[in-house]
Design a protein around this ligand. Sequence first.
Ligand code: C2E
Ligand code: CA
Ligand code: CA
Length: 452
Amino acid sequence: MLLFVTVSFLSACPIKIITLITQDNLTGLQDRKAFLKLLAIQVSDANIYKSKIGLLIVDIDRFYRINNIFGYEVGDQILQKFATLLRNVVRAQDYVARIGDNRFALILTDIMNVGHAELAAHKILRLLQVPFSFKEEKLYVDCTIAISLCPTHASNYLYLMKECESVLHEAKQANKKIGKSSVPEDDKISDSWDIEMALDGVLDKDQLLIYYQPKISLSNGRIIGAEALLRWDHPEKGFISPDYFIPIAERMGNIKPITNWILNTVLRQSSEWPDKWGPLSVSINIPPDLILSPDLKDHILNALNLWGNKNIILFLEIIERSLVLEPERSFSILRELQEMGVSISIDDFGTGYSSLSYFEKLPVNELKIDRSFIFNVVSNNFSQNIVKLIIDLAHAFDMEVVAEGVEDLATLHYLKKINCDIAQGYYFAKPMPQEKMLEWLLKFPDVELGKL
Ligand code: C2E
Ligand code: CA
Ligand code: CA
């Protein structure tokens, strides 16, 4: 059957696209030909937008027996019911097609990892545990499901189809219900799927904690503030590294409420710190996507109004990448934040793509040299050159420089010699929770740098 569909885009846009869709009469789903066209479009979009799609091929087991035993009429009804079941499994943005007599295919668009596709496959198998009913009869239907991802397993739609069909063949041979294309060694996606499930609503579960790591002035050996670092105390897996779960939270879209929680928690906790050294800074890491978020300023203002304390200076640590998308707009946001009394720090400096031509306009108070240049700075010429260069650059533009990842005295000594302003690292203290931080602050003897 041929179906003509007219899609009109935005009302302001007069273009009309006429799409030719071939449909399977029995199930109303697209047929193989239409499906391949659709797959080609989805694969091409995934390549352009750097997203992932999942292809599932679902094959009803021993379908010929159903036809033989119960007749074609029942066979047809099974196919119709099966098609409805598949439609109920997918989301509105996904596609289902009938690509063979007893074979169906699903495109799951914009998924994060194989876990999403597996979830859909398990849902199909779960729904099949309930038999299909025909008058008095009840009939259990089994199927085999193959999963492949684009671009993980193929970035061309025909190869993707071929890969998935061969996975299906292997799964059938091995008598497995679900077959998956093999996952590249470095792709820890199944694991990340568990993490995603657990991250969902993590704020309500009271599992996030803030640790603080002190920053020490190299000119007088005094504490000048601390960086707030997020910790996730997962009930089964224990502490999970922020390096691992923050990118997942960013992709899931719940980094904004998490950052808002961090902002409020950090300002509340730091307001309890002793004030014997005068104002201390507290630094929060702000993910790149949030810089341009329209409500960042309001969230900060609200948190400052609630917990603000004249002895605490809020620093926002951002990475160079945050500025490249819309430099002028980002600069003006940062300038507004500075006018509110917030200081700006560029984190991991030296690893991104900062353009020197921007430097004059950069509304930034501090550069933090990435620890990859610090760990071997005493012995490595290249690191020494980079670190000296960053220090000179920062000082030329009235910024202070923090060296992070300072682990030993020799490194500290060297950094002081080349006029680095501030040091942070295990040499002084590992990141610690608020109670420990309070104890540490009370005990902290000013480091006698003069003797170094
Ligand atoms: P970062 O902002 O560069 O944080 C510094 C990292 O270096 C921290 O790792 C810290 O524990 C570690 N570190 C500090 N001193 C030393 C040292 O002497 N030696 C070594 N080897 N490491 C040291 P952590 O806490 O695991 O955080 C890793 C990254 O996760 C952070 O890198 C930051 O990018 C991200 N992150 C942490 N907390 C937050 C947060 O609250 N929000 C956001 N958006 N990102 C966060
Ligand atoms: Ca940082
Ligand atoms: Ca850093």
